[in-house]
Design a protein around this ligand. Structure first.
Ligand SMILES: Nc1ncnc2c1ncn2[C@@H]1O[C@H](COP(=O)(O)OP(=O)(O)O)[C@@H](O)[C@H]1O
Ligand SMILES: [Mg+2]
Length: 448
């Protein structure tokens, strides 16, 4: 079984870690703020859209970011998501990802949409919380392995500042305590309904006795040992679908291991929707619409657009942002040419924002931010060379060179980057426009 994380977008977002928001105050974009630089018109437009979304005035519509490669389309989409708060889902995909051998195109889109809708769930659970005063396991033989002993049960003495009591736990609780290496002096929490054990840390009063490295010290819980506690967490509709689809089996484990191939039926999704609506009515949950970003929109075909048309009308929809660097091109799956390869009826739904190629001042500032954030030390003339390469080729190229540049400086045993490192990196790695040009020239030489 392949192990893969639920969220597969780390790499692409890592490229944009410096983006914290749109950097717009009172409708005006500052030249550089929240990690965003320049692209003033696009950012101010995006800000207006954020305000509209917050007032629920974007329903049924979507956004298209149109501009040349490396002009910050992805960065702006991410900045829009950041404007909504920290647990707002941002799901990024390329139009080409709908073509898979395992799932239908519409199924992939449906999953992406449901990944981009968060449900913030508030739960009150009865818990036992206290300091471990005594812990005793009674062991028994493993049912399948005669050489192994497992805990059959556990006797615990727990205490708060005012109460002290004995508890008996079954084999599951005993195993969980053993696995987390719970010992006298630890503060633990046991959820009564599920028996889930969480080690919260070590009671401060035990500090000094057998200290382990990296120990977290916490206060001794106050008041009664058994109490109601509020839990808040955000799951996506897709995660709820998966959990529901497997409610007979794997549970949380199936969220962590594989899972994209798992079949989710329409009934399952309907049941999840009903459940979520009930939670909302009971005040136990709220919907957190996130952002679904679909890059290379011309890779979507006519069927995908038909599906998205319907999805945008549904009562639970994320904010959908498309991006393109194409002008007029064929709508995939047809012979019809259309702006950005998007069908006309769909274009009618879109608010379009354009991004423009960067000028030197913007390239300089973005490079400066990225270099500072990565903690790179760089000589003045090395930086100037990098800016020059960015202007001559592209911002993306200059950003891409940062990795090799550091590697080269490291090989020379230096921590700071000097001009020759940048020159060497640009000799070894070239911009894709140049590499294409070189190959085209070869073709001319060899084929003609
Ligand atoms: N206006 C901007 N401010 C700060 N960083 C930017 C800006 N525009 C682009 N970047 C950064 O430059 C790189 C390329 O931009 P990206 O958003 O991927 O362009 P696009 O999606 O248009 O191809 C990314 O690392 C991005 O975070
Ligand atoms: Mg992009």
């Amino acid at each position: 079984m392949a192990i893969r994380p639920v969220e597969e977008r780390f790499e692409r977002i890592g490229f944009h870690t410096h983006i914290k928001g749109l950097g717009v105050r009172n409708g005006k974009a500052e030249f550089a703020a929240d990690g965003m630089v320049g692209q003033v018109k696009a950012r101010e437009a995006a800000y207006i859209i954020v305000q509209m979304i917050k007032k629920g005035k974007l329903a049924g519509r979507a956004i298209l970011l149109a501009g040349p490669p490396g002009t910050g389309k992805t960065a702006i989409a991410l900045a829009i998501a950041k404007e909504f708060g920290k647990d707002v889902p941002f799901i990024s995909m390329s139009g080409s990802e709908i073509y898979s051998t395992e799932l239908k195109k519409t199924e992939i889109l449906m999953r992406a949409i449901r990944k981009a809708i968060g449900v913030r769930i508030k739960e009150y659970k009865e818990v036992i919380e206290g300091v471990v005063k005594n812990i005793e396991y009674s062991m028994t033989q493993h049912p399948y392995n005669p050489y192994q002993q497992i805990p059959a049960s556990v006797k615990l003495t727990l205490a708060t500042d005012t109460e002290k009591r004995d508890f008996t736990g079954d084999t599951n609780i005993a195993m969980a305590l053993l696995q987390q290496n719970v010992r006298e002096g630890d503060v633990i929490m046991i959820e009564r309904e599920t028996g889930r054990v969480t080690k919260l840390g070590r009671a401060r009063e035990y500090k000094g006795e057998y200290d382990l490295e990296g120990e977290i010290y916490v206060e001794t819980p106050r008041g009664p040992l058994i109490k109601e506690k509020e839990f808040v967490y955000t799951l996506s509709l897709h995660e709820l679908d998966l959990t529901k689809a497997r409610s007979t089996g794997g549970g949380v484990f199936s969220l962590l291991f594989g899972g994209e191939r798992e079949e989710i039926t329409n009934e399952t999704r309907q049941e999840v929707d009903e459940l979520v609506k009930r939670w909302i009515e009971d005040g136990r949950a709220e919907i957190i619409p996130g952002v679904l970003f679909i890059d290379e929109v011309h890779m979507l075909d006519i069927e995908a657009f038909a599906f998205l048309n319907r999805a945008l009308e549904s009562e639970m929809a994320p904010v959908v942002i498309f991006a393109t660097n194409r002008g007029i091109t064929k709508i995939r799956g047809t012979d019809i040419e259309s702006p950005h390869g998007i069908p006309i009826d769909f274009l009618d739904r879109l608010l379009i924002i354009t991004t423009e190629p960067y000028k030197e001042g913007e390239i300089r500032k973005i490079l400066e931010i990225k270099i500072r954030e990565e903690g790179i030390e760089m000589e003045e003339d090395a930086f100037e060379e990098l800016v020059r390469l960015g202007v001559e080729n592209s911002l993306r190229y200059a950003l891409m060179l940062l990795g090799p540049v550091m590697e080269i400086a490291g090989q020379e045993g230096r921590k700071n980057v000097v001009k020759t490192d940048v020159e060497r990196a640009s000799e070894l790695f070239i911009d894709y426009r140049k590499s294409a040009e070189i190959l085209r020239n070869y073709e001319k030489e060899f084929l003609l």
